[in-house]
Design a protein around this ligand. Structure first.
Ligand code: GAL
Length: 391
């Protein structure tokens, strides 16, 4: 009780100093290293936040193998370096079993709030339920946990808008009719993959129906191309065919197979819906290596450093910038409200197949060569020195 009161006072103090994201004055942040098992080999640093050795907030992220989640870890650590609350960050390394173990280990450390980005939305229900059973508040971070009522809040970007931005970008770059279109999607175990695809389909479908684009790599998408709105099952069929599983190698292999199957006429000036930056780079490299591809426009997402360099170099056309600083801040603010017994601010809700989960949603920004500087450098997200040939 006493400790909580002190924390509240420190929180108010620091807020008044306009200390951007957090509260307090000491930290205990531990990071689970990139080992494959993801639930051992903790590197931890402690500077006295919690004298009892317990952890207040547990953060579980899906994998260190994608730069996107390293970005989130970095931003969490930046935001948390001065917190009075003790926090531990663990990675699940693409395994729901590791994820469950991570949550169980955090439960034994006494966390009161769990911030979790699931590897697999359905499978993570068990971990969320285990936490909930201990009275822990569960915040789904970026990806929704599905099929359970054990999720209290969801902090997210506007994922349908991400897909719409990607689809609209392709439309804006296309001229005339008959433009070859190659569709790729994220992992079917990730609810976001459906939201991204739904957004892209919303805007692309009318342009497929009017002949602006011709789908070249998915018979399921061709079979559904006259339907403006797809059910989840219909999207599953398409995603099942063109999934990258968020995996760079799978994306590359699929793109190679598609190009091998395609005729010269199916290539030329092509348009590619790539769901995120990691897969976009592999798909772009594969298309660039095909002598029958004269030019390509390819989407992305996450503003990963490597993709920003690709955009500067003209190898990737766009990305959707999701300012992770905002997501991190929103989830920490939410956790702090909960720790202080307040009701966190939400702006809407997302159905997770079981309940409507109160959500806080953040907008996204399209980044291409022309606005790399204004969107990412001037905003302090990246430093100009991290890139070459940036004008
Ligand atoms: C999504 C996430 C994206 C992307 C992808 C692959 O859920 O919203 O930003 O990184 O996973 O990890």
């Amino acid at each position: 009780m006493k400790r909580r009161n002190m924390k509240a006072i420190v929180f108010v103090c620091i807020l008044s100093l306009v200390f951007a994201t957090l509260v307090g004055c000491s930290s205990q942040t531990s990071t689970n290293g990139g080992s494959n098992n993801g639930s051992s080999s903790n590197e931890s640093s402690t500077s006295g936040g919690s004298s009892s050795g317990t952890v207040d907030v547990g953060i579980v992220l899906p994998t260190k193998d994608e730069p996107r989640w390293i970005q989130d870890e970095t931003r969490f650590n930046e935001a948390l370096k001065d917190t009075d609350y003790s926090v531990e960050v663990l990675f699940s390394q693409g395994s729901s079993a590791n994820e469950k173990q991570n949550v169980e280990s955090l439960i034994t450390k006494g966390i009161k709030v769990l911030i979790i980005c699931p590897h697999d939305g359905d499978a993570a229900a068990a971990a969320a339920e285990a936490a909930k059973a201990e009275g822990i508040t569960v915040i789904a971070y970026d990806r929704l946990i599905t099929g359970t009522d054990a999720v209290d809040y969801y902090v997210t970007f506007d994922s349908v808008a991400v897909g719409e931005a990607q689809g609209q970008y392709l439309i804006d770059k296309a001229e005339g009719k008959g433009n070859p279109l190659y569709l790729y999607a994220g992992a079917a175990s990730d609810n976001n993959a459906f939201l991204f695809f739904e957004g892209a389909w919303n805007v692309l479908q009318p342009k497929i129906a009017d002949g602006t684009f011709v789908i070249k790599n998915s018979s399921e998408a061709v079979a559904l191309q006259d339907k403006a709105t797809l059910t989840r099952d219909e999207m599953s069929k398409i995603i099942g065919q063109v999934t990258t599983n968020w995996d760079f190698n799978e994306a590359k292999n699929k793109a190679e197979a598609h190009l091998t199957a395609a005729s010269k006429e199916d290539k030329g000036d092509v348009f590619i819906l790539a769901p995120n930056d990691g897969t976009a780079r592999s798909i772009a490299d594969t298309f660039a290596a095909d002598p029958d591809v004269t030019s390509y426009v390819i989407t992305g997402q996450d503003a990963e450093k490597a993709s920003i360099q690709y955009i500067i170099d003209g190898k990737q056309t766009m990305t959707v910038f999701k300012d992770v600083r905002t997501l991190v801040k929103d989830s920490i603010d939410m956790a702090v409200s909960i720790l202080e017994g307040k009701t966190p601010e939400t702006t809407g809700s997302y159905n997770n197949k079981a309940i409507d989960v109160p959500a806080k949603q953040t907008e996204v920004i399209v980044v291409e060569q022309s606005n790399v500087k204004s969107a990412l450098i001037d905003s302090g997200y990246y430093d100009a020195s991290e890139f070459t040939n940036l004008n």
